[in-house]
Design a protein around this ligand. Structure first.
Ligand SMILES: *[C@@H]1O[C@H](CO)[C@@H](O)[C@H](O)[C@H]1NC(C)=O
Ligand SMILES: *[C@@H]1O[C@H](CO)[C@@H](O)[C@H](O)[C@H]1NC(C)=O
Ligand SMILES: *[C@@H]1O[C@H](CO)[C@@H](O)[C@H](O)[C@H]1NC(C)=O
Ligand SMILES: *[C@@H]1O[C@H](CO)[C@@H](O)[C@H](O)[C@H]1NC(C)=O
Ligand SMILES: *[C@@H]1O[C@H](CO)[C@@H](O)[C@H](O)[C@H]1NC(C)=O
Ligand SMILES: *[C@@H]1O[C@H](CO)[C@@H](O)[C@H](O)[C@H]1NC(C)=O
Ligand SMILES: *[C@@H]1O[C@H](CO)[C@@H](O)[C@H](O)[C@H]1NC(C)=O
Length: 343
């Protein structure tokens, strides 16, 4: 298999270490010996797998594709660069192309179509600024439909994790940008989901954290399911910040730049789930409506996950092989000489 240089670089980063988030850990070269990962915070736990997706130095894939104004061609649009057709990407992620004509939210008022064309590597327009590039999720309102963006993990086998992203959101009112775990159920009362959502119609320093469902089947708000938290240090969600969810067996805990902002034990997801990132709007009560012609964006410099997986066959054991680690947890304890303190 021959990969363009920077895709190889992506894989190397997956197998090496997280330059930013692991600042407190041992030197990067030591991480190859890691058998497990210990998170910090109030719900410190061990995890046996790690993945790091870096979107910061991918200039050869950068380009903003013109938005597709026709709903029917949106869903079937090709990926926006070879970055998204490489096995380094497709082994772990699926591009969303579904629409809400069936099974959308009950109060959806606008036809919404997810398009691979709305997920792209974008160059920093501040020439010479750092980083060179990031991953952008775009959602835009047309008169007849809302064009939306989503990626889903291929694996549905994440069972407990600590996921972080360095991201920001901006754009017109009436969009949602989100990072969440998800286990589908036809019965909305049985969906399991740990949500981190930015509402662009809302206040510019509030993040909405929910152990779904946030509403009962008859539409009543379930107040214990949600925390609307203020970002620390005067930050707004238009600022770059490290957003983090720790999903552990008894509760979900969310952090912004390492500071805990929310914790919910009510309705903590129990079963293996996937990871989803998206930018969308459906004209319902939760997102609101975007004005025709408006767009909103979530931009991500990097995404990092330490996790356990119930998938012992394909994807995640492949990850173990690539990383050459994940095997040193015995009796629930990390071998301290192979442990990576993962803050
Ligand atoms: C985890 O450690 C990092 C690096 O030392 C620190 O910045 C962060 O605040 C810590 N987070 C928690 C929740 O303790
Ligand atoms: C919307 O999804 C349905 C299947 O749920 C599909 O039949 C239809 O072609 C899709 N429409 C568009 C515009 O993508
Ligand atoms: C949906 O799930 C809830 C909670 O488990 C249950 O009470 C309800 O009966 C289910 N509804 C249907 C139609 O199965
Ligand atoms: C959180 O914010 C949403 C959207 O503004 C609001 O509908 C909801 O009532 C708030 N929930 C809590 C628990 O404050
Ligand atoms: C959004 O606009 C549609 C009409 O296009 C309307 O039916 C719906 O109620 C609006 N949604 C909200 C939350 O106001
Ligand atoms: C992850 O798996 C390891 C190894 O089985 C175990 O020691 C650890 O407690 C698990 N972490 C969580 C949060 O369940
Ligand atoms: C811990 O891991 C190191 C490095 O993999 C190994 O050399 C050592 O024997 C292990 N110690 C125990 C007690 O398993």
């Amino acid at each position: 298999m021959s990969l363009p240089t920077s895709l190889s670089a992506l894989i190397i980063l997956i197998s090496a270490a997280a330059p930013l988030a692991s600042a407190a850990g041992p030197p990067l070269t030591d991480s190859s010996k890691c058998g497990c990962f210990l998170t910090n915070g109030t719900e410190s736990r061990y995890f046996s797998h790690h993945a790091f997706y870096d979107f910061r130095s991918q200039s050869q894939y950068a380009g903003v594709p013109p938005v597709i104004s026709d709903a029917a061609s949106s869903a079937g649009a090709p990926v926006t660069s070879k970055f998204f057709s490489s096995s380094a990407w497709t082994n772990d992620w699926i591009m969303g192309n579904w629409n809400n004509s069936q099974g959308g939210r009950a109060d959806a008022a606008v036809f919404m179509v997810h398009s691979p064309n709305n997920v792209y590597i974008e160059a920093n327009d501040n020439k010479g600024g750092k980083p060179d590039t990031w991953l952008t999720f775009r959602t835009q309102r047309f008169e007849k439909f809302q064009s939306a963006a989503e990626i889903e993990s291929l694996s549905k086998a994440y069972q407990f994790l600590s996921v972080r992203m360095l991201s920001r959101t901006f754009g017109g009112k009436g969009a949602i940008t989100a990072l969440f775990t998800y286990l589908h159920s036809e019965n909305v009362s049985e969906v399991q989901e740990a949500d981190l959502e930015v509402l662009t119609k809302g206040e510019d320093n509030i993040i909405h954290y929910t152990n779904q469902p946030g509403y009962s089947a008859d539409g009543k708000l379930i107040p214990q399911a949600t925390v609307n938290a203020t970002m620390p240090d005067g930050l707004k969600w238009t600022d770059w910040a490290i957003h983090r969810l720790d999903w552990t067996p008894t509760r979900n805990t969310w952090y912004v730049n390492g500071q805990q902002v929310a914790q919910i034990s009510f309705q903590t997801p129990r079963d293996p789930s996937k990871i989803i990132l998206n930018a969308w709007s459906d004209g319902g009560q939760w997102s609101g409506n975007m004005s025709v012609g408006d767009s909103a964006y979530m931009q991500v410099q990097w995404l990092e996950v330490v996790f356990n997986s119930t998938d012992t066959s394909a994807g995640h054991s492949r990850r173990r092989q690539i990383e050459g680690r994940g095997s040193s947890v015995s009796n629930g304890v990390c071998n301290s000489s192979s442990r990576w303190n993962f803050s």
